[in-house]
Design a protein around this ligand. Structure first.
Ligand code: PHE
Length: 375
């Protein structure tokens, strides 16, 4: 074996057993660096006779190329091995369970509001809102509520301190009925007093100075308002029946309308739903006279309603001889309690996550008139 072949084999062997990039670099410098063994050999070509050069040149150049190729190949192999090792240790186990992410839930009151919007949308009603900080006129006066009415008493209603002299006293609205006023006035304004049909519900927060197991200072109501031509109590009764049956998802719910009094409706009716007793539990629906299993049953008041008082229609700038309608107001929290089986109203607003997890909803499973939950 010639000298040059020995040199080549020496480096190829060293390259083969190099353990890392540093070792490779040291080999490269020793062989191919400026003062490397092979580089020096290449320089000797210049002193050779043409014949010698013709013989030695290809051998030395070939050796240089062999060593350079071997260095490159070994380097690549090392990099691939390093990457493989890294991938092996960083491997993801897709079968492991994902870490639990805390998940919010939909509050029963929000759920019920969505259900109401859905049910009434099927009947052609839109959703209206109004301010929670109202003035005395929209909350009381325009609704035909006399100065002497007990709801106006300081101990029943949250008033704001009067700031501007002669301005209207501000208060937290005691019911959603001022949304009736705001909507009718908007319609009167937009139609130059001519009027047009109104079909709306107005869900939202309301406030009264009240607190016990069934009353919280803040609670929720839904208002219903229909204004059209030739509207009568039959329309009111049918609408309420359709709504209550869709909401509780039972066709056998009876309603009872009892004569009542609200300053803003005439005639007025309080509405009861029939309940029956099943396995010792009250459930909405069934026979209110005997109960499903023949024991118990009765009526539960759920809302106030009536035909919109002509004074109210007039106060809003519409002609009560042309436009008639009905209105109702219903406690949303109570609807939620009855449908989903909660018994303490105060727990609704405590913000206890355990309660929210238990009674909250995952997705918007909303009943419609065409069928039960999620239909
Ligand atoms: N606003 C009444 C209340 O809060 C309910 C109601 C609304 C009654 C509309 C009749 C018509 O008690």
């Amino acid at each position: 074996m010639s000298n040059i072949e020995a040199i080549r084999d020496k480096y190829l062997q060293q390259i083969g057993s190099a353990v890392d990039g540093d070792a490779l670099e040291a080999i490269r410098l020793a062989a191919l660096g400026k003062k490397g063994e092979i580089s020096l050999l290449l320089k000797t070509l210049g002193q050779m006779t043409p014949e010698e050069r013709q013989e030695q040149g290809p051998k030395i150049n070939g050796t240089r190329q062999n060593v350079a190729d071997a260095l490159a190949a070994r380097k690549e192999a090392m990099e691939t091995a390093a990457l493989d090792a890294k991938l092996a240790t960083e491997k993801l186990d897709l079968t492991l369970p994902a870490p639990a992410t805390p998940k919010g839930s939909i509050h029963p009151v929000s759920q019920v509001m969505d259900e109401l919007a859905e049910i009434f949308a099927d009947l052609g009603f839109s959703v209206a809102t109004g301010p929670e900080i109202e003035d005395d006129w929209h909350n009381f006066t325009a609704l035909n509520i006399p100065e002497t009415h007990p709801a106006r008493a300081m101990h029943d209603t949250f008033y704001f301190p009067q700031t501007d002299e002669g301005g209207m006293p501000k208060l937290l609205r005691t019911h959603t009925s001022p949304v009736q006023i705001r909507t009718m006035m908007d319609v009167a304004k937009q139609t130059d007093g001519a009027g047009e049909p109104i079909y709306l519900i107005a869900p939202g927060r309301t406030y009264r100075s009240d607190s016990d197991a069934t009353h919280t200072p803040m609670f929720h109501q839904v208002e219903g308002l229909v204004i059209d031509k030739g509207i009568h109590m039959g329309h009111l009764k049918w609408t309420l029946e359709t709504f209550i049956r869709a909401f509780f998802e039972r066709d056998d719910i009876e309603l009872r309308l009892r004569p009542s009094y609200f300053p803003f409706t005439e005639p007025s009716a309080e509405v009861d739903v029939g309940f029956s007793v099943e396995k010792g539990r009250r459930i909405i629906g069934g026979d209110p006279h005997g109960g499903v299993d023949g024991v118990g049953g009765g009526w539960m008041e759920i809302l106030g309603s009536g035909m919109v008082h002509p004074n109210v229609i007039r106060n809003c700038g519409l002609d009560p001889d042309v436009w008639q309608g009905f209105a109702f107001g219903c406690g949303i929290d109570r609807l939620a309690m009855l449908k989903y089986g909660m018994d303490d109203l105060r727990a609704f607003f405590d913000g206890d996550l355990r309660w929210a997890d238990h009674y909250g909803f995952d997705a918007l499973d909303v009943p419609t008139l065409s069928g039960g939950v999620g239909a």
